[in-house]
Design a protein around this ligand. Structure first.
Ligand SMILES: C[S@@+](CC[C@H](N)C(=O)[O-])C[C@H]1O[C@@H](n2cnc3c(N)ncnc32)[C@H](O)[C@@H]1O
Length: 230
């Protein structure tokens, strides 16, 4: 039995998905009219990140912006499939995706997840949510800009990376982690976009030591799935 199917972790996730839906409904309503034109939405976000990244995400301090249950299960399965012992997440928000990945660590007998979050209030809530799920001992949240908080490394090699923070920073964050990625490591770029900072072009160029393609499920804008090949 896995801990997503029943028990405390499953219950906490169900509660958090409900809270998230209620908290993010007004924001989703705002974007609803534009969702048919993802290019336009994304170019607006990229423009706002370029102008004032901190201000933009501070404006989302009360929003979860979380992965769906389906995507969360996919993260869990990735962690199990690569037998992850060390996972790094860029952009943890309230901790929903972190719970899916930490649940995989727990079900494999242990490991470490290093989460990063710009907004201190969100990191506090993420910590509390991981504790409610009984997973706090597996997770360390680094508060502040991941470009700084991940600079000292994570004290070992990395099996899996989840990129879900500011879109324009996927490439600089990957480059910080790259020296520590194990061969065969999985990197997931949630809504990775071509136009934002060259991430997609970089991981799709085999000369950089990756094999990468878009995941054909559940994204209005494309999720990038990447494996470190050397
Ligand atoms: C889409 S949300 C993450 C959702 C989360 N992964 C989940 O599924 O529950 C993106 C988060 O990245 C954070 N973020 C943006 N830029 C960041 C940065 N430079 N360093 C750390 N966190 C950042 C934002 O504050 C926001 O909470």
């Amino acid at each position: 039995m896995d801990s997503l199917s029943s028990g405390k972790i499953a219950d906490v996730l169900q509660r958090l998905h409900q809270e998230a839906e209620a908290a993010d409904a007004p924001l989703m309503q705002t974007y609803a009219g534009e969702m048919t034109d993802p290019e336009q939405v994304m170019s607006r976000i990229v423009e706002s990140e370029t102008k004032d990244l901190k201000g933009l995400y501070h404006g989302f301090a009360g929003n979860f912006l979380n992965v769906s249950p389906q995507f969360g299960r996919f993260l869990y399965m990735c962690a199990r499939a690569c037998k992850a012992g060390c996972i790094v997440e860029f952009g943890s928000s309230m901790g929903i995706s972190a719970i899916y990945m930490a649940a995989a660590l727990r079900d494999m007998g242990g490991g470490r997840l290093i989460g990063t979050e710009l907004e201190p209030g969100k990191a506090e809530r993420a910590q509390a949510n991981l504790a409610a799920a009984g997973l706090a001992d597996l997770v360390e949240f680094r508060v502040g800009d991941a470009r700084e908080t991940l600079k000292p490394g994570v004290g070992g090699d990395i099996d899996m990376v989840m990129l879900d923070g500011a879109f324009t920073l996927y490439l600089p964050v990957l480059k910080l982690l790259e020296p520590h990625l194990k061969e065969g490591a999985i990197v997931i770029g949630e809504n990775a976009i071509e136009e934002a900072g060259g991430y997609v072009g970089y991981v799709r160029d085999p000369r950089n030591g990756y094999l990468s393609q878009s995941l054909p499920f559940e994204s209005w804008r494309g999720n990038e799935f990447t494996v470190k090949t050397k």
